[in-house]
Structures are given as C-alpha cells and as structure tokens.
Design a protein around this ligand. Structure first.
Ligand code: HEM
Length: 221
C-alpha cells in the first residue's frame, strides 16, 4: 500500500481552491494589465493587516514543537510591507488604509486559531508563504513590468534571504510530511487551508467591489 505524503495530499485536495483564488477577476485583471497602480496598492494594504496577524501568531508560537519547524525569519514580510506602503502612499500611509470586510474576518480567524493550534498555524502559514514563493514571484515580475517598480513597492515579494525558492519549498514540504499528524488532524489542517484560500478569494471580490464603488464615486463627482 502506498501512502500519499501529506504535502501532496494537501496540494491535491486544495487544487480547486487554489484555482479559484488564482482565477479571481481582480487578480486576473491585475495580472493581464487591466488593473491600475491603485488596485495594486489596495492589495498591498490588505496584505499589511493579514501579515500583521500571521506574524504576531508566529511570535506566540515560536516555542511550539511543531510550529517552530516552519517559522523562519527569512519569511517575515511585515517590515517589507511597511516599506512598500511608505513608498506607495507616503509617510502617512497608515492613516490611509483600513481592512476590508473579508480581511477583518480573515484576521479574526488567524487570531482565533493560529496563535494556539499548531495545525491551524501551519495551515495559514503554508497558504500565504508558499503562495508568495510561488505565484507571488510571477506577480512581482508582472507588477515590476507594468508599473515600473524596481525593488521599492514590491519588497513584499522579494525574499532576500531565500536564494532558491524551489529548494525552500521542497524543505517546507518535507517538514509537512514529517509532522506525524494522524488522519483526523491532517483533515482538519486541509480544511483550514481550504478556508484560508476562501478568504483570499473573497478578498479579491471585496477589492473588486471597492474599486467599482470608487469608480462610481469618481464618475458621479
Ligand atoms: C495570480 C495569482 C496566482 C498565480 C499565478 C499562482 C501560481 C502558482 C504556481 C505556478 C504555483 C506552483 C508552484 C510550484 O509548484 O512550486 C503555486 C503554488 C501555490 N500557490 Fe499560487 N498562484 C496565485 C495565487 C495564489 C493565492 C492568492 C494563494 C493563496 C493566498 C496561493 C497559494 C499558493 C500555495 C500555498 C502554493 C503551494 C502549493 C503546494 O505546492 O503545496 N496562490 N501558485
């Protein structure tokens, strides 16, 4: 009997959730040149709230036997997000941004599970950072090309300390395979990853909605 490694089961069981996130209209617009610089900035702003929650959870999970295998300072994104927002919006960037409804729910969920349940922490950690090291690298190249960014503005996607993302991801998957969760816990973790994908997909819908609301205000004005 062959046993499917957990990382593979996780990837396969969430493939359609990934496709929904990847295929969200806001994202495909941005990727295909139909999005504006303001759209990109709106996305960066939402990332700020999400990573503040995720990285606060990492701080409280540093001594956890499971979570600590996945936590790496090389992944930390909050300082890069702060620099990007300062570059994109100016010194008073913090006063100009607020979380959209889905971001609030996403952050609430991270606060609820990721600081206390190792499987929940890993689920949220995996969904964001492995995504940033994968599709994130494609997004960075396209944003650099479309909006003329070099490093300022896309620092979030630049992992200076990770020279070979593929190797990093392979090691990460080995860690996932080595945790030794039983079937019930594996299923709970996969469900939490699916939930994390849903938050990301719904966030793109919120962003599209906010953009439409903004453009109708501009049209009316
Ligand atoms: C334009 C949007 C996106 C593109 C083009 C994209 C593309 C990709 C690609 C090509 C891979 C495979 C990389 C590999 O096999 O090493 C990947 C993996 C991944 N992506 Fe995305 N992605 C996008 C959006 C997202 C979003 C919104 C999320 C969730 C926040 C996400 C999370 C992930 C994760 C967790 C993986 C790793 C899967 C695994 O190997 O276990 N992606 N993405």
């Amino acid at each position: 009997m062959s046993v499917i490694p957990f990382s593979q089961a996780l990837r396969e069981r969430t493939r359609t959730d990934h496709s929904s996130s990847e295929g969200a209209g806001f994202m495909t617009d941005l990727m295909s040149g139909r999005g504006s610089r303001d759209d990109y900035i709106a996305l960066v702003a939402q990332h700020y709230f999400i990573y503040a929650a995720l990285e606060a959870a990492a701080e409280s999970m540093r001594d956890d036997a499971i979570a600590r295998c996945f936590i790496s300072d090389d992944l930390t994104r909050l300082p890069a997000l702060e620099q990007d927002l300062e570059f994109l919006l100016g010194d008073d960037w913090r006063a100009q941004i607020e979380p959209l409804p889905t971001t609030r729910r996403y952050v609430d969920r991270i606060d609820e599970v990721a600081g206390s349940w190792p499987g929940g922490f890993v689920a949220h950690h995996y969904t964001r950072y492995l995504g940033d090291l994968s599709g994130g690298q494609i997004i960075r190249t396209l944003m650099q090309r479309q909006f003329g960014f070099e490093t300022n503005g896309v620092g979030f996607y630049l992992f200076d300390q990770i020279a070979k993302p593929r190797e990093f991801k392979d090691r990460y998957r080995e860690q996932l395979d080595g945790v030794g969760w039983d079937d019930a816990e594996r299923a709970r973790v996969i469900d939490e990853v699916a939930l994390a994908y849903r938050f990301n997909t719904e966030l793109f819908a919120d962003l599209a909605h906010a953009r439409e609301a903004q453009s109708s205000i501009s049209a009316a004005g």
